[in-house]
Write a protein that binds this ligand. Structure first.
Ligand code: ZN
Length: 181
């Protein structure tokens, strides 16, 4: 392998590339994945892929590899920015027809490809979408949740009010009225 970044093809024919055991390594701009970026805070950055096409012992055409990306989402608890580094190891099987899909042995994550070529970015985008949390949330210690802050403030207020009540005790007034008598 040369250390240089290979230029990734936009479109691929998994069945042809599998017979050649083609290996692809490189980056795809997040901008090319509109379905994904609509769920993200922005479309800046790249998705790094390191994948290989192959045919396994069951004669199933596979794409196996790793996807990495740094994404930014909105935390659904505090509605602030949240960094989510994504690292996915995946294996995807390709079937040419519904019948072939059904014939696949158990345990394959399969996708139907009736027309080739297909967009490489579509396959990768699907894998990332599957890996995204349905409700992204910060870890508790990183969350800027208003609710957490509010309950803290309320607690502080109650304590302050208790102090005030003590200083302005109505029984003190009663006591002074009594001595006046
Ligand atoms: Zn948060």
């Amino acid at each position: 392998m040369s250390g240089q970044h290979q230029r990734l093809p936009l479109e691929v024919d998994p069945f042809r590339l599998a017979t050649r055991e083609e290996h692809l390594q490189g980056t795809i701009p997040l901008k090319q994945m509109k379905r994904l970026t609509s769920a993200l805070l922005n479309d800046e950055g790249d998705v790094f892929i390191d994948v290989g096409f192959s045919v396994d012992i069951n004669h199933v055409v596979l794409l196996t590899g790793q996807i990495k990306a740094d994404t930014k989402l909105i935390c659904q608890r505090c509605m602030e920015e949240m960094q989510l580094p994504i690292e996915i190891d995946f294996q995807l099987a390709f079937a040419k027809s519904e019948a072939e899909m059904e014939r696949l042995p158990e345990g394959y994550e399969a996708t139907l490809v009736e027309d080739t070529p297909i967009m490489l970015s579509d396959i990768i985008e699907d894998e990332i979408l599957l890996a995204l949390p349905t409700i992204p949330k910060h870890q508790d210690e990183n969350c800027h949740s208003d609710k957490l802050a509010e309950s803290w403030n309320k607690q502080q207020d109650i304590e302050t009010n208790t102090e005030n009540v003590k200083q302005d005790n109505p029984f003190d007034i009663l006591a002074s009225l009594k001595t006046d008598k």
